[in-house]
Design a protein around this ligand. Structure first.
Ligand code: HEM
Length: 141
């Protein structure tokens, strides 16, 4: 990711932060619409889950310019996900639901440049998480 892409991701995420509860609802609704088979992996009540997701995203986004602070916790998160039943092939599905949510949340501020920056950010993070949790041979590319 280039420094200007990092800034695009951070600035656009700051615009979603005030509606983060709403964004998290949109995200899980979308995820379970496109991938109903993953619904049973999650608890029935998603209240806590929504908060954790948005908090973690904020930490990752804020840490993009300081990757050495983000990678160790991201590795641990990825390994916990193995026990949740997450598989490498789920990561692109989650990424697509995230991008869709940002597009809805940002409206006109969702420009091609912002989209490309988020694709780069999620691609980098998910590749790293998959490699840490399943070994690099599994990385979806
Ligand atoms: C970059 C991508 C992802 C991020 C940032 C993320 C974030 C989180 C966070 C913060 C939690 C709370 C628990 C914890 O910290 O261990 C969590 C739980 C969970 N995530 Fe993810 N996740 C990601 C990808 C995925 C994928 C690809 C799946 C596959 C469907 C998934 C399924 C789950 C499930 C099932 C739980 C546990 C629910 C529970 O039993 O409480 N996540 N995720």
């Amino acid at each position: 990711m280039t420094p200007s892409q990092i800034k695009l991701v951070q600035d656009s995420f700051a615009k979603v932060a005030p509606i983060s509860d709403q964004a998290a609802i949109i995200f899980y609704d979308r995820l379970f619409e496109v991938a109903p088979q993953v619904r049973e992996m999650f608890p029935n009540d998603l209240t806590e889950q929504r908060k954790k997701l948005m908090t973690t995203l904020a930490v990752v986004v804020n840490g993009l310019s300081n990757l050495e602070t983000v990678l160790p916790p991201a590795s641990a998160l990825a390994k916990r996900h193995v026990n949740y039943g997450a598989r490498p092939e789920h990561y692109p599905v989650v990424g697509a639901a995230l991008l869709w949510t940002l597009e809805k949340g940002l409206g006109d501020a969702w420009t091609p440049e912002v989209a490309a920056a988020w694709i780069a950010a999620y691609g980098t993070l998910s590749e790293y998480m998959i490699a840490e949790a399943y070994g690099s041979a599994q990385a979806a590319e």
